[in-house]
Design a protein. Structure first.
Length: 257
C-alpha cells in the first residue's frame, strides 16, 4: 500500500464503527483533503434543529422543501459522493443523500439502518423504508416487484448495511468514477482504503489486478491475483483465478496492458 493521508482517521472509525455519517465524512476527506468536515457537521446540526422530530416522511418532506434532490446530469461527478459538497449543493446520489437523512435523524435521536439494495441504496428511519434519491417513504412490496422485474432475488435485496459496508460502498462509487476517467493511481489509493475496511474481499484484489494491467506491471497483477486467490470464497472462484494467473504467466510481457 502507498502512504494514505487519512489512514489514522479510518483506522479509528474501523475500531469503533458506530456512525456511518462520520465514515462518510472520512470519504469526503479521501476525495478532497480540503473537504470542510467541521462545516458539514454544523450544517447537519442546523438542519436537524430546523426540521425537528417526526416520522420519516416529515424528514424527507422538509429536506425536499429545503431544496435537496437527486443529482441529475452530473450524477457521476465524484462530488456527489462528498457529503460536505452534497450539503452545499443539495444534490446527491442515493447513498450520499441517505447520509444526509441519517445525519439529521441521528441528531434527532431516531434510529436508522442502511439497506444494500441493488443499484440504489436505501435507508430506514425508525423502521420506515425510505428511497433517499426521491426523498420519499417507499414500500417493500413495490421494491420486491422491481427486483422480480429485473430478475433479481427478492429475498436478497434488503440486506442491512452496517457502517463499514456503507463506507465500502461509497468508496466503490468513488473508485469506479476514478477508473472510468483514467485516474488509475487515485483508484488504487481508494482501494487501499477499502482494503483497510475489508482486507479479505477477494473482489477488490481482482479489480486492483485489472488496474495494474493498465500499467503493464505483470508482477503487481500476479501479486494482486494471488491475494485474491488466498481470499477466494469458493473452489469455483479459486479455480477461475488460478486459470487467469496461468494465462498471465504465459503471456508475453508486451501483452500485459
Amino acid at each position: 500500500m502507498i502512504s494514505l493521508p487519512f489512514a489514522t482517521e479510518l483506522a479509528s472509525f474501523i475500531e469503533s464503527p458506530r456512525d456511518a455519517v462520520e465514515g462518510a465524512l472520512i470519504v469526503a476527506s479521501i476525495i478532497d483533503k480540503d473537504a470542510d468536515i467541521e462545516w458539514a457537521r454544523r450544517e447537519l446540526d442546523r438542519l436537524a434543529t430546523e426540521i425537528g422530530r417526526g416520522p420519516a416522511s416529515h424528514i424527507c418532506d422538509e429536506l425536499r422543501r429545503s431544496g435537496f434532490q437527486g443529482a441529475g446530469r452530473d450524477y457521476y461527478d465524484v462530488s456527489n459522493s462528498r457529503l460536505d459538497m452534497v450539503l452545499r449543493s443539495k444534490r446527491g446520489i442515493p447513498i450520499s443523500l441517505a447520509m444526509v437523512i441519517a445525519g439529521v435523524a441521528h441528531r434527532l435521536e431516531l434510529a436508522t439502518e442502511g439497506i444494500n439494495f441493488p443499484r440504489h441504496f436505501l435507508i430506514t428511519v425508525n423502521d420506515e423504508l425510505v428511497d433517499p434519491f426521491e426523498l420519499k417513504v417507499t414500500s417493500v412490496g413495490a421494491l420486491r416487484d422491481w427486483l422480480t422485474d429485473n430478475n433479481l432475488d427478492p429475498e436478497e435485496g434488503f440486506a442491512v448495511a452496517n457502517p463499514i459496508d456503507i463506507v465500502v460502498r461509497m468508496l466503490n462509487n468513488v473508485r469506479s468514477i476514478l477508473q472510468s476517467s483514467g485516474d488509475y493511481v487515485r483508484a488504487l489509493e481508494v482501494s487501499d482504503y477499502q482494503l483497510m475496511l475489508v482486507p479479505e474481499h477477494y473482489g477488490l484484489y481482482v479489480e486492483r489486478a485489472d488496474v495494474w494491467m493498465h500499467f503493464g506491471d505483470r508482477d503487481m497483477v500476479l501479486r494482486e491475483l494471488n491475494s485474491a486467490l488466498e481470499n477466494a470464497p469458493s473452489i469455483a472462484i479459486a479455480d477461475r483465478i488460478r486459470d487467469r494467473i496461468k494465462d498471465i504467466g504465459r503471456a508475453p510481457s508486451g501483452d500485459i496492458n
